[in-house]
Design a binder for this molecule. Structure first.
Ligand code: SAM
Length: 345
C-alpha cells in the first residue's frame, strides 16, 4: 500500500471508518498512491498534489493551509493525522482538534518513536484535557487521545496562521509563516544562487520561473536584479504560496504565484528558471524529485534560455541533468552546495 508503515496503518483504519471524521494529509502521501475513497472522511491537505490526487480518487479533499475554519466547534468524532515533520504543523492540528472534536471525540496520530510520537501524545492529552492511549505496532505507534470536557492550554504553534517579517535580503523585507520548508530562515544554497545572479552574464530575462518557490526568496532576488521581468512562482505547499503571494504584493513584483505539482499545469516557456529542488518527501529522501524538477525545467525553458539549479553537494545532479539538457556548467561548488547552469545552446 505505502512504504511508510505508519501511514499504511492509518490508511487501514481510514478504510473502515464509519463516523464523520477528518483526515489531515500532508506530504507523506505520494501523489501516485491509490487509496479507495471513504465518503464519511473529509480530507484537508496543505499539499496541492496530495489534495488533487485524492480528489481525483473520489475523496472529499480540500487544498488549504490546514484551515479548519469551516468546521463548527465540537462537531467532529475523529481527527486523523500521520505525524508531520514540522512541530508548528502538528501543534496547530492538535490545537484545532481541541476546538473541533466533540467531548469524547478522538485525535488519532500515527508515527515513529524517533519522530517524537510519545511526546506529542503527552502534549495532546494535556491540550485536549483527555487521556492518551499509545499502542506499538512494529517500529511505529498509534496514539489515540480522547478529548475531555474542558480543553486546557493551547500548544505553541508559532502563531501558525500569521504572516510576519522573518528576514531581510538586500533592501527587501521577507514575509513568511510556519507550515513550509525553512519558513523562518534563508536557505544557504538559495543565497548562493541569489548572489550569483548579480555576476552571471545573463541578458535581462523577459520571463522567469521560480520552480518550488517556497516563500519566494529566489523571486525576490531575481526581482532586485531584473525589476522588469515577469516572474511566475510555483509551489505545491499552501503555506509557501500564501507567503509568496504576500511577498509579491509587498515588493510589487509583476508576475503570478501558482499552486501546482512541479509546474505540471504551466505551459508558458521561460527565459530563466531558478530552482533549489526538494529532496525530501515527508521524513525520507526521494531521489526522483530532482529528476522531476530537471525534466520540468527542460520542458519550460526557451531554446535560448537556461536553468540555474542549486543542490546539496551530495546530490548527483550532473548525472540526471545529462538526460535532459545538452549542456551543463558547474558554476560553483563550495563543498556544501553545487550550482549549475543547464542549457541547450
Ligand atoms: C529546497 S525548497 C526551496 C524553496 C525556495 N525556492 C528557496 O529557495 O528558499 C524546495 C521547495 O520545493 C517545494 N516542493 C516540494 N515538492 C514540490 C512539488 N511536487 N511541486 C512544487 N513544489 C514542490 C517545497 O514546498 C519547497 O518550497
Amino acid at each position: 500500500m505505502s512504504h511508510d508503515n505508519a501511514l499504511s496503518l492509518l490508511l487501514n483504519i481510514l478504510k473502515n471508518e464509519r463516523e464523520t471524521s477528518l483526515w489531515v494529509a500532508d506530504e507523506h502521501i505520494p501523489d501516485t498512491l491509490k487509496i479507495a475513497a471513504n465518503p464519511v472522511v473529509e480530507v484537508i491537505s496543505n499539499r496541492f498534489d496530495v489534495a488533487s490526487s485524492l480528489a481525483k480518487q473520489g475523496w472529499r479533499a480540500h487544498f488549504s493551509d490546514l484551515d479548519f475554519s469551516h468546521l463548527q466547534d465540537r462537531s467532529l468524532t475523529t481527527l486523523y493525522l500521520r505525524l508531520a515533520k514540522e512541530r508548528a504543523v502538528v501543534n496547530h492540528v492538535i490545537n484545532q482538534a481541541a476546538r473541533v472534536l466533540k467531548t469524547g471525540g478522538q485525535l488519532v496520530i500515527c508515527g515513529e518513536k524517533k519522530q517524537g510520537i510519545k511526546n506529542y501524545a503527552k502534549q495532546a492529552a494535556l491540550c485536549l484535557a483527555g487521556k492518551a492511549n499509545i499502542k506499538k505496532r512494529g517500529n511505529h505507534y498509534l496514539a489515540t487521545i480522547t478529548r475531555g470536557q474542558m480543553p486546557a492550554a493551547l500548544l505553541d504553534d508559532k502563531r501558525y496562521s500569521t504572516l510576519r517579517i522573518t528576514q531581510h535580503y538586500g533592501n527587501s523585507e521577507i514575509i513568511s509563516k510556519p507550515g513550509q520548508f525553512g519558513w523562518n530562515k534563508l536557505d544557504s544554497g538559495s543565497v548562493l544562487l541569489a548572489e550569483q545572479l548579480k555576476q552571471l552574464p545573463i541578458e535581462s530575462p523577459e520571463t522567469i520561473l521560480d520552480l518550488g518557490c517556497g516563500y519566494g526568496f529566489l523571486s525576490l532576488a531575481a526581482h532586485q536584479q531584473w525589476p522588469d521581468a515577469f516572474i511566475t512562482a510555483t509551489d505545491n505547499n499552501a503555506a509557501a504560496l500564501i507567503s509568496c503571494r504576500e511577498n509579491f504584493k509587498q515588493q510589487a513584483i509583476s508576475g503570478d504565484v501558482v499552486a501546482d505539482n512541479c509546474a505540471s499545469n504551466i505551459t508558458k516557456k521561460q527565459s530563466l528558471i531558478l530552482c533549489n529542488p526538494p529532496f525530501h518527501q515527508g521524513f525520507s529522501l526521494d531521489s526522483n524529485l530532482t529528476e522531476k524538477f530537471i525534466a520540468t525545467a527542460k520542458r519550460l525553458c526557451t531554446p535560448a534560455g537556461c536553468a540555474l539549479f542549486v543542490v546539496n553537494a551530495f546530490i548527483p545532479l550532473e548525472r540526471t541533468a545529462k538526460n535532459h539538457f545538452n549542456r551543463q556548467q558547474l558554476l560553483l561548488n563550495d563543498g556544501h552546495f553545487k550550482l549549475f547552469r543547464l542549457f541547450d545552446v
